[in-house]
Design a protein around this ligand. Structure first.
Ligand code: NAP
Length: 559
């Protein structure tokens, strides 16, 4: 199929398609592939100049995935086992190359308009279409819109006074420039010490003249224990991808992790220490899986937290510095564990200085550096690694309006939520991949995106089979799911700690945003709902245009 067939059914001089997909990252690429394979006419948009999504934008030094590549990939027989990964945890450049290869392999670029930002979406109930407008002046009408915009894609605003005065180079980890950045011999500040900040700090410490690290909350940073991919294992897994997929779908986190069912209380002190050492040796996120009760039991969690704090103290030469870098006021795993090699070791270098924002504060940015209450840090480059407007940012970046003129985030004052984390009541035919109320950031995004896209594709196919034009989550189903999401998080230490997964209301009540009941439970519930004829969804209308059928016939692909 060539891209011209996308424009065969004009409406008011504009393109009319079955589905618009916004975003060309993991979810967007798979959505285009699956929907086009189903015979739908599809048009994708991405503001970047090529595919990759977050794996394109987060090209900062040290960026690397923290889930093993055996599972952080498409379980696609045409690619799995053939694509060669170098390491268990490959670097960003390799993940980007992989997604580019996926796009090449299936000819997916032809479906996308790159360097094109979707600015407005308006639901038109008369035609059961979304009117989609872009910053290039294009208007597209779509029966369905797949929001593959990601939950961690819209960077936080810079909250510091004087940012515009800075005469040096300002870089953001989440929107790293495409062209090479040479930091050799530069005086560099990094603000933020989450996954992005830690990775960039460890990567550049040995290269820059001076590194000033602005830390607000110390994190538990654990090594990946990265090693080359076990090629025999990779080949064996590739031989039965169906089985691998089923196993992954049966896990709590959408990948095979070194978990145990044995609680800490059933082990002797020696067994507990051995378990902790084994998890440490495995690396990556495994310290979150040392004991099943560490998520809910303070005492068990403290075993794990103290073990990791001991490793932190051992890695840092200066005990006073270790004191500042050690996370002591919250339990491990209640904020996203940071996986990064060489982070604490970087602070043993003379050129690396910690600015502790718990005892000092950023007053303003000046032309030449950062002024804090306690002094001035003259730098050539400032790297901000402040994180994202998680869950709401990417949706709010587009002016999305339903028939009543409301935005999808209007009803989220008391916390973002959506039915199954996929559909917002009042917004027909709009699907938010890995949205609030789905397992989302708690699990493997790659598998999660594929599951959600397949779910949406099956839903569309069901609608087409029944002659329905519009689907919407009912308010009751959405509210009920929200309640279930909160119940699933009850008792979790994570809900009691400040982090981007928790929405805190003015009255102090806390809303846990992702579904924490476990991946396999979520999958079973979602499938059960589909099996019951999509309980909780309402279907309306007949498609009033022949274009869908016409498009489908012209767009049928043999992917
Ligand atoms: P993040 O975890 O939200 O970290 C943001 C950092 O900026 C925190 O240290 C935060 O401090 C600090 N910060 C925010 N506002 C600040 C302010 N006004 N002044 C000073 N410091 C401020 O963001 P991220 O590191 O980009 O990671 C986000 C998520 O992306 C991760 O949880 C992970 O899921 C994903 N990620 C994964 C990888 C990977 O290993 N594969 C790499 C990068 C990102 P506080 O903690 O005090 O708020």
């Amino acid at each position: 199929m060539d891209s011209t067939s996308l424009e065969q059914v004009p409406q008011n001089g504009a393109t009319d398609v079955d589905a618009v997909v916004i975003g060309a990252g993991i979810g967007g690429l798979y959505a285009v592939r699956r929907l086009a394979a189903d015979g739908l006419s599809v048009l994708g948009f991405d503001s970047a100049s090529d595919v990759g999504g977050v794996w394109r934008h987060n090209g900062y030094p040290g960026a690397r995935v923290d889930i093993e590549a055996y599972y952080y990939c498409f379980f696609d027989p045409e690619i799995y086992g053939k694509w060669q990964w170098s390491m268990r945890y490959p670097p960003q450049a390799e993940l980007l190359a992989y997604l580019q290869h996926y796009a090449d392999h299936y000819g997916l670029r032809q479906f996308f308009r790159f360097s094109t930002r979707v600015q407005e979406m308006q639901w038109q109930p008369q035609t059961n279409r979304w009117q989609v407008r872009t910053d290039t002046g294009e208007t597209v009408y779509a029966r369905h819109v797949v929001m593959a915009t990601g939950q961690l894609s819209k960077s936080r605003q810079l909250p510091f006074a004087g940012v515009e005065d800075f005469q040096g180079q300002w870089l953001e980890t989440s929107h790293w420039p495409d062209e090479p950045v040479d930091l050799t011999g530069k005086r560099v500040a990094v603000i933020g010490t989450g996954s992005s900040g830690a990775q960039v700090i460890a990567a550049i410490a040995g290269q820059v003249e001076s590194l000033h690290v602005f830390q607000r909350t110390p994190n538990y940073v654990v090594p990946s224990q990265n090693s080359p991919m076990d090629q025999d294992r990779y080949r064996r897994l590739s031989e039965d991808l169906g089985e691998l997929w089923n196993k992954v779908m049966g896990t709590g986190v959408a990948y095979l992790a070194p978990t145990t069912e044995v609680p800490a209380s059933s082990m002797t002190a020696e067994q507990q220490q051995q378990r902790l050492e084994d998890q440490w040796a495995f690396g990556g996120l495994s310290m979150t899986f040392a004991f099943p009760d560490q998520k809910t039991d303070w005492q068990t969690n403290d075993l794990v937290s103290e073990f990791v704090r001991g490793k932190i103290r051992a890695a840092i030469d200066d005990p006073a510095l270790a004191d500042k870098l050690e996370p002591r006021d919250y339990p491990i795993g209640t904020r996203r564990l940071v996986v990064c090699n060489g982070y604490y070791e970087a602070f043993n270098q003379d050129n690396v200085q910690l600015v502790d924002l718990r005892t000092d504060s950023i007053e303003r940015v000046t032309a030449t550096g950062i002024e804090t209450g306690a002094g001035f840090h003259e730098v050539d480059v400032i790297i901000s690694a402040l994180g994202f407007d998680a869950f709401t940012g990417a949706l709010d970046a587009i002016d999305i309006r339903n028939a009543e003129g409301q935005k999808p985030t209007d009803g989220w004052e008391r916390g973002p939520h959506a039915y199954l984390g996929l559909m917002v009541h009042g917004f027909p035919n709009m699907y938010v991949l890995t949205g609030p109320g789905s397992p989302s950031v708690l699990v493997n995004f790659n598998v999660h995106n594929v599951f959600h896209v397949d779910y949406v594709a099956d839903l569309i196919s069901f609608m087409d089979g029944q002659g329905y034009a519009a689907v919407e989550a009912t308010r009751e189903a959405q509210d009920d799911w929200h309640t279930r999401t909160q119940e699933a998080a009850d008792g979790l230490l994570r809900k009691q700690v400040k982090n981007y997964m928790v929405h805190v209301n003015d009255d102090g009540s806390r809303v846990f945003i992702p579904y924490a009941g476990g991946w396999s439970t979520y999958v079973d519930i979602a499938k059960g709902i589909a099996d019951k004829g999509y309980a909780g969804f309402t279907f309306t209308g007949q498609d009033r245009s022949d274009s869908a059928t016409a498009n489908r016939a012209s767009a049928a692909l043999s992917l």
